[in-house]
Design a protein around this ligand. Structure first.
Ligand code: FMN
Length: 397
């Protein structure tokens, strides 16, 4: 959910400010870009050097960047840059000023300029937290739409035990992700996506494979997750990376893919089979590297198990989506496959076109429904194609 998002982390003068370094780490490993604003008093608790190094961006505190040159830090641009603002830890002082609409610090002016969702994680001593004015201020921020990440009960820096402790960094990130996911159309739905090629061994060093890069399947897994789904990605060998919010199962052969798919698919509400699974494998795999010999040689092939066919026959309410890629008579072949495999819809990949198909970052597809209704899409990035396919699934679900 945080992948590719611009996050503005605002750190204020609390003893819990050291936790902001862990928050930055978690944001970055979730794929976010992070910029940090610190209040003047926060610098007494953790150094800008630490947070600047971790966030890979200069830390901002003042309106003025270079007094002599008349250059200022633009809080308005920063407010526009941010997809999300997180104030953690948020002191009683900063919370009060936010509630009143004061703008006497760079942090407060940026807060007033931000149009994105704002998350506030208070941290303070128990009595400060329980004080009526702090409670009223937090209520007011919440009524205006800011999301409050409640403080936790526990040991406080003052030596007291009670409420007011900053939520742990992992809990803060979880709260944000859960909030961003709420209201997404695929929330509560489990979707399985297959990606990449399969490798069918000939001997310990050689295999039969294909040119699938896995890019389309990984883009589909990400798009399904962004739409709120719980995603299982079964992938053949590829160098694509998926966020750790996606449950990834790595396989190598068509047989591995078959076994993994049939184990998972009963639990799914939708299955998107975008992997390029081998139709044939060497009938016998040599234990030893096959030696070079004079004259031609041949490899006997055997059919692999047809996992799409299995799922089409055994599905119980799942939306089943297949892919087709042909060098000739593509649409006709795709329609036959749709029917034969009992799919809900099929995505035909155009391969005879510049920029489309295996290895490319773009693709041009035609979606053909059960009723043979065809929707042609333009050449688009695989991310956009993935969003179109997920939108089609939404129509079915
Ligand atoms: C050692 C120490 C720890 C503090 N911890 C907190 C705290 O956890 N929460 C809080 O609201 N204020 C805390 N304060 C008080 C704030 O630092 C003070 O109110 C300051 O003005 C906050 O400024 P800021 O909101 O601009 O960062 C602490 C002060 C000291 C000296």
């Amino acid at each position: 959910m945080l992948n590719g998002k611009n996050v503005l982390l605002c750190v204020t003068g609390s003893i819990a400010a050291y936790k902001s370094s862990f928050i930055i780490r978690l944001l970055i490993t979730s794929g976010a870009s992070v910029k940090v604003i610190m209040t003047e008093s926060a610098k007494g608790f953790i150094t800008p050097l630490t947070l600047g190094t971790l966030s890979k961006n200069p830390v901002l505190t003042d309106f003025i960047k270079d007094e002599d040159a008349g250059i200022w830090n633009n809080h308005v641009d920063l407010g526009i840059w941010a997809d999300l603002m997180l104030i953690a830890p948020a002191t009683a002082n900063t919370i009060a000023k936010m509630a009143k609409g004061e703008a006497d610090s760079f942090l407060l002016a940026t807060y007033l300029s931000a149009k994105c969702p704002v998350f506030v994680a208070p941290a303070m001593d128990r009595d400060m937290y329980l004080h009526g004015s702090t409670k009223d201020n937090l209520d007011l921020l919440s009524k205006r739409g800011d999301k409050i990440i409640e403080s936790q009960f526990g040991e406080l820096a003052s030596g007291l035990i009670g409420e007011g402790r900053l939520s742990e960094p992992e809990e803060i990130i979880d709260s944000i992700v859960n909030e961003l996911r709420s209201g997404k159309p695929l929330l509560g739905k489990r979707i399985m996506v297959t990606a990449g090629p399969t490798f069918e061994p000939i001997d310990p060093v050689r295999f039969i494979g294909n040119r699938s890069s896995g890019k389309m399947g990984f883009a589909l897994a990400e798009a399904a997750y962004q739409a709120g789904a719980e995603v299982t990605l079964i992938t053949g060998p590829t160098n694509q990376q998926a966020g750790d919010y996606i449950r990834r199962i790595d396989v190598e052969t068509a047989e591995d893919m078959y076994q993994s798919c049939i184990t998972q698919f009963q639990d799914m509400q939708a299955v998107i089979m975008s992997a390029a699974i081998a139709d044939y494998r060497p009938a016998n795999v040599s234990d030893q590297k096959i030696k070079k010999s004079e004259g031609p040689s041949s490899i006997e092939l055997a059919r692999t198990k047809d996992v799409l066919h299995y799922m089409g026959e055994n599905k119980m309410g799942q939306i089943l989506v297949g892919f087709a890629m042909e060098t000739e008579n593509g649409i006709e072949h795709a329609k036959n496959k749709l029917k034969k495999k009992n799919l809900d819809f099929i995505v035909y990949n155009s391969i005879n076109e510049e920029g489309a198909g295996f290895q490319h970052d773009t693709n041009r597809v035609t979606i053909i429904g059960k009723d043979n209704k065809m929707t042609n899409f333009e050449l688009k990035s695989k991310k956009e194609v993935a969003e179109d396919i997920i939108n089609e699934i939404l129509n079915y679900l």
